[in-house]
Each structure stands twice: as structure tokens, then as C-alpha cells.
Ligand binder design. Sequence first.
Ligand code: SAM
Ligand code: SF4
Ligand code: SF4
Length: 373
Amino acid sequence: MTERNVIPLADHRYAARVPRVPLGAPEPNGLLGDTLGRPLRDLRISVTDRCNFRCSYCMPKEVFDKQYAFLPHSSLLSFEEITRTARLFVAHGVRKIRLTGGEPLLRKNLEVLVGMLAALRTPDGAPLDLTLTTNGSVLARKAQALKDAGLQRVTVSLDALDDAIFRRMNDADFPVHEVLEGLEAAQRVGLGPIKVNMVVKRGTNDDQILPMARHFKGTGVVLRFIEYMDVGATNGWRMDEVLPSAQVVERIHAKLPLEAAQATVLGETAERWRYADGGGEIGVISSVTQAFCADCNRARLSTEGKLFLCLFASQGHDLRALLRGDYTDAQIAAAIGLIWQQRDDRYSELRSAGGAPTGDGGERRVEMHYIGG
Ligand code: SAM
Ligand code: SF4
Ligand code: SF4
């Protein structure tokens, strides 16, 4: 096991303001824009801050140990609170909802929430694009129930095919074959098109890039390589452990020729590449080497109902205070509208320009397991 540069974390709560409820705000019309003109289209909802893995880039074991105080159940938004919030975001223009965590499939009866969210409709009467990101550990057991409840597709995180490397990456000694079984179950019940996310850490799992590409080529599964990001404050991130996506593409292209493919949706985070022989496509997500803030239309709702406007934010907006206060839907929708209109986050762009903020007033940046990917 390599030595780790892990930063201890004494308290896991993050700064959050109670949002202002503006008077006389117009009804949501889906045309909301932030200070950079970016619309609100994508909502990621973290349903638990707990996880059965301890991926070193997300929840290093040394910090998230037996002593670590996860959120008590009473802090979590209930399914009703989540659905109410989601409905207000949909009125403001959200078309895609992704459930995440922590490990979302550890939240009890998650399929009940899926059913409630699947029943939501856009103002035009269309269903939402409803998806979930999971480490796949219990997917084999849950795939059918999720599908039956109305989930459309899943993204499965998988960092290696080699069992020893995978066990090291998840740091919970979890065998890779169980995740692969989960993937197969998801495919079998029709939770597709399935995406697989691989976080690449130079020197740790970069020798898995080609085996992963070969394994998923021609299967209909879209493999996406994610640059290891400096999220949170506990993973001891170092730039020399980032393998730029350009090099991932080069390595694959040398063995399995690729050609660039067009982006399909505005705000899409992945750059798409097609196998020249028609064997499907891969994606690369270059959050570190190529900022994509200009199109970022994502909001994130934490497990305890704090709204974050950027993955790298240190300050949230405490929507739960409104949900559990005496406020109407119209008032909460107005508060959300005002928050989005004032949004100016573009951390990755500032980082690329060498001017990334380290946190307003010394507050700690939010952790990935708390806010979701
Ligand atoms: N537990 C679920 C999973 O792993 O899929 C959902 C939550 S996890 C926080 C969401 C995504 O964030 C995963 O694909 C994970 O690999 C990614 N992630 C976590 N920490 C990261 C980091 N430091 N850099 C890049 N991606 C990261
Ligand atoms: Fe758990 Fe997902 Fe974080 Fe890994 S990346 S520790 S599976 S929440
Ligand atoms: Fe969006 Fe923040 Fe990531 Fe930029 S750094 S793409 S604003 S989440």
C-alpha cells in the first residue's frame, strides 16, 4: 500500500446560509439564468453521505473511520421533502435528475423515492431524465426493483478490472466480479444505455485504461474516463497523480483507433470519441485540464438539503430550513430562483487560470461523498 497524504477532518458540516425569500418574485418559467447566462437543467441529489467503499480519492479510510460522525437520520431530507424540492427545480427548468451519494443504493427503500421522482412531469408533460450513479456493489440485487419503479438508466463507477487493483481502489476489499454482476443485471433489466465511470489516478490504476476499453468495446456500455479531481479537503490530491484525458485518448487510440464525435447535449461534461471500427464510443471528463464551467447547468442538493452551485463550493444554501419552515412552494421556488440568478461559480476555469479560490473566509470545501458526483 502506498503512503497517503491525507488531511484529517474534524467536523463534517459545511457553512450554509438560510436563503432569502424574495417578495413578489415571478412564477418559475424555466427561463432562469445565472450571472453568466447559464440555465438550470440538471439536479444531482445526494441521498446518503454513507458508503460501503473507501475510495482513497473520495472517502479515505483514515478520515472516514469508525469515529467519523455521519449525518443522523433526522438530518436527512425525507423522500417527500426531496420530491417537493425536485418539483420546484423542474418548474425552474431542470430536465435531468441524478441520484447519488455516498452510495445511493444504501438508502433504505430507494426505489420508493425513484417511483416518486419518476412521476414528476415537466411543464410540457414530459417525464424527466432520471438516473443514478452507483458503485454497483448491490446493483445485482436492486436492478429490477429500480427499473420497475421507473429509473431509466444507471452510471456505474468502476476503476479497474484487475481484482487486486480494484480492491485497492475501493479499499474495502470488495471483489470486482460483484460489480460486473451488477452491471450485467442492469443491462438485463434494461437500465441502459449504461455508462461506466473510471477515475484515473496516475501510477495507481492507469494500467487499467486499455483493459477497460477492450472489455467494454462493442458492448453498448459507454466507458468514461474521469480526471482525478481536487474535490473536498481530505483526499490529499496532487497534480502529479492526474493523468490528463488527452493522454488517455492517445493511449487508447494507439491500440484501438478513435475519432472525435460531436457532443449531443449542451452542458455535457464528457468529450466523446468513437471507435473507428464502429465498436461504440468512450468519453473523457477533463475537469482538471479542460474546464467546462461555461456550460455548467448543474445544481447539487446535499443529503441534508443544502443547495450547492458548484462541486468546489464551500458555501451552501440551506433549503431544508425553508422546507421545514412555514413556507409555501411559491416562496421556496422564489428563493431557489434568486439563488440561481446570483450564481457566479466557475472554479475549474479559475483554477486553470491560476486563480482558484481556496474557500470563502477559510471555510472548508464540500466533500464529494456528501454532495455526490
Ligand atoms: N458512490 C457512488 C459511486 O461511486 O458511483 C456515487 C457517488 S460518487 C461520489 C460519484 C462519482 O464521483 C463516482 O463516479 C466517483 O468515481 C467520482 N469521484 C469521487 N471522488 C472523485 C475525485 N476526487 N475525482 C474524480 N471523481 C471522483
Ligand atoms: Fe463511495 Fe462512490 Fe465515494 Fe467511492 S466514489 S467512496 S463508492 S461515494
Ligand atoms: Fe460547474 Fe463548478 Fe465544475 Fe465549473 S467547477 S463545471 S461551475 S461544478
